[in-house]
Write a protein that binds this ligand. Structure first.
Ligand SMILES: [Zn+2]
Length: 180
């Protein structure tokens, strides 16, 4: 009888530990899942058509390599994080004007250019952003100090993607989805 009781006791202890482990594994899986990079990039603006595409183009009569895709959104429009990530830089870059870069978990980097000077009210370096978060507004052609807001002929959003090797790729090759 004693042995039987011990076996049952052992069985219950084993069962208890087993269910506990299963619960821990499930909760760990859930956390991992919610942190999983979906690799599902969205358009950085409400406009999904482009005014200038990635690649070689003629600019001021010369062949010029366009490092990204332009979206013809008016000044003040929202700019969205294309995927979850961490803000890597935020400030003025020659050619891009006021600009943000975001590092994504797959080591891709997205860049958003010709932004408004109020960018610091949305993001800071090191900030974790989620896909679809408003990270900036589209800026004016000229900044408050009279400087041209990058190589721009007027307000629009320039969007660049670097892959994990730091190579420029066509942002539209990511099969961007519209922000839901
Ligand atoms: Zn551009």
């Amino acid at each position: 009888m004693f042995n039987k009781f011990q076996i049952i006791k052992k069985f219950y202890i084993f069962f208890f530990i087993f269910t506990l482990l299963i619960q821990i594994i499930i909760s760990l899986c859930k956390t991992t899942y919610s942190n999983t990079f979906s690799n599902d990039f969205i358009y950085p603006s409400d406009i999904t058509y482009t005014s200038s595409e990635f690649g070689y183009r003629i600019l001021y009569g010369k062949s010029n390599f366009h490092t990204g895709t332009d979206f013809p959104v008016p000044q003040g429009s929202n700019v969205y994080a294309t995927e979850n990530g961490t803000v890597k830089s935020c400030g003025f870059i020659q050619g891009y004007g006021i600009c943000i870069t975001i590092l994504h978990p797959n080591n891709y980097i997205s860049l958003y250019a010709h932004l408004d000077e109020n960018v610091k009210s949305f993001v800071y370096i090191g900030k974790e952003v989620l896909k679809g978060d408003v990270i900036a507004n589209v800026g004016p052609k000229y900044l408050s100090n009279g400087v041209l807001n990058g190589n721009t002929t007027g307000p629009h959003l320039h969007f660049t993607i670097y892959n994990e090797k730091g190579k420029l790729i066509n942002p539209l090759s990511l099969n961007l989805k519209k922000k839901s």
